[in-house]
Design a protein around this ligand. Structure first.
Ligand SMILES: NC(=O)c1ccc[n+]([C@@H]2O[C@H](COP(=O)([O-])OP(=O)(O)OC[C@H]3O[C@@H](n4cnc5c(N)ncnc54)[C@H](OP(=O)(O)O)[C@@H]3O)[C@@H](O)[C@H]2O)c1
Length: 326
């Protein structure tokens, strides 16, 4: 492995720009190439983020022998195709959330990466914040006792129904876009649910504009999650245990403050700041894994990614929301 982990990016949109800014604070990583559907767009991105190599197709980028790992930031419906293209070229991959459209696609991606012994991870960036590591440590130490319930939301108000996130052919809808955050949190704490009850409002473009789900687990533990694309929600997360609770302040998915409440004691507010814009932590995890020769992250394992995709499949089936490519 070289002194620096050399990154390439596929797609130059909103999140690619944030990721590039995040990468720039990591001393052991370097963004060396960007791929876009148009060379001019790649050039603009390259100028803005000081990226030397600019490709006018995604495929050309995958053929660059100097790249160690590719970050995929295209719309959801392209994640499988783009990931497989990178893996076939022998590249490690960090793929944006949702990892795929459904569990079937995710299985194919995971199978291929494992077969080729290449690193693959879902870019669920929230998990890698210092505050989330602290929460895992506190839960592991039993500070709030047994966690019995979780409540979390992620909803924003968009009024532009022309955005691809409202288009079923892109895998649009609140669940895959943002509901996946509270769902992923629930999976990381409780594992795979054994009961799922949910409800959604499907809007005029046919996607879920708001939804809520209750996930049930052994022993009666529960997660209550909500998401929306047309309604702003509080962006809070509560972990409720037998001995107390942890409240992650908004936006909980880019966390830096929590309140720990232990039964019978005064609340303790903890500030746990993050460096950069926060996208750097998931990139640092990829770099660590690559240097250690790992093909999966322990913090965002592929089996868990698959389990999350399966849960979203079950939830969507309850709403009769099937995408055109399914
Ligand atoms: N982790 C996070 O915080 C976070 C936040 C937002 C989004 N995301 C995820 O990241 C992915 C991209 O979201 P985004 O908000 O960055 O989207 P975006 O701003 O629309 O950018 C997507 C990029 O994908 C490429 N693309 C390829 N085919 C496209 C098509 N048919 N229509 C539009 N773009 C196409 C384009 O890049 P070129 O023109 O260069 O080819 C475009 O700029 C989504 O899966 C989303 O869920 C993650």
């Amino acid at each position: 492995m070289n002194a620096k982990i050399r990154w390439g990016i596929i797609g130059t949109g909103n999140i690619a720009q944030k990721f590039a800014a995040g990468l720039s604070v990591l001393p052991d990583s370097e963004l060396i190439a960007v791929g876009s559907r148009a060379k001019g767009t790649a050039d603009n991105f390259g100028d803005r983020f000081h990226v030397a190599k600019r490709y006018g197709t995604y495929e050309d980028l995958t053929q660059d022998s100097e790249i160690d790992v590719i970050y995929i930031s295209t719309p959801h419906n392209l994640h499988k195709e783009n990931t497989l293209m990178c893996l076939r070229a022998g590249k490690s991959v960090l793929c944006e959330k949702p990892f795929a459209i459904n569990a079937k696609e995710a299985m194919e991606m995971i199978w291929y990466a494992r077969e080729r012994r290449l690193f693959l991870m879902e870019a669920m960036w929230t998990r890698f914040f210092p505050l989330m590591a602290k929460v895992r440590e506190m839960l592991g130490a039993g500070i709030i006792g047994e966690v019995r319930m979780l409540m979390a939301d992620f909803g924003y108000r968009s009024t532009n129904l022309k955005e691809w996130v409202f288009d079923p052919s892109f895998g649009g809808g609140g669940l895959l876009d943002v509901g996946i955050y509270p769902l992923s949190l629930a999976h990381s704490i409780f594992g795979t649910p054994d009961r799922i009850t949910s409800m959604a409002h499907l809007g005029e473009t046919g996607i879920d504009e708001q939804s809520a789900a209750i996930l049930g687990y052994k022993g009666g533990r529960m997660a209550l999650i909500a998401s929306a694309t047309r309604t702003e929600t509080p962006h809070v997360a509560y972990l409720l245990g037998t001995e107390g609770r942890i409240y992650i302040h908004p936006p909980w998915w880019r966390p830096q403050t929590l309140t720990l409440s232990i039964n019978g004691k005064a609340d303790e507010v903890m500030q746990i700041p993050f460096d950069g814009n926060g996208y750097n932590y998931q990139a640092a995890e990829v770099a660590r894994c690559l240097r250690e020769g790992r093909i999966e992250s322990d913090t965002m394992p592929l089996d868990e990614t698959l389990s999350i995709m399966k849960t979203m499949d079950v939830i969507r089936a309850q709403w009769n929301l099937k995408y055109p490519m399914e």
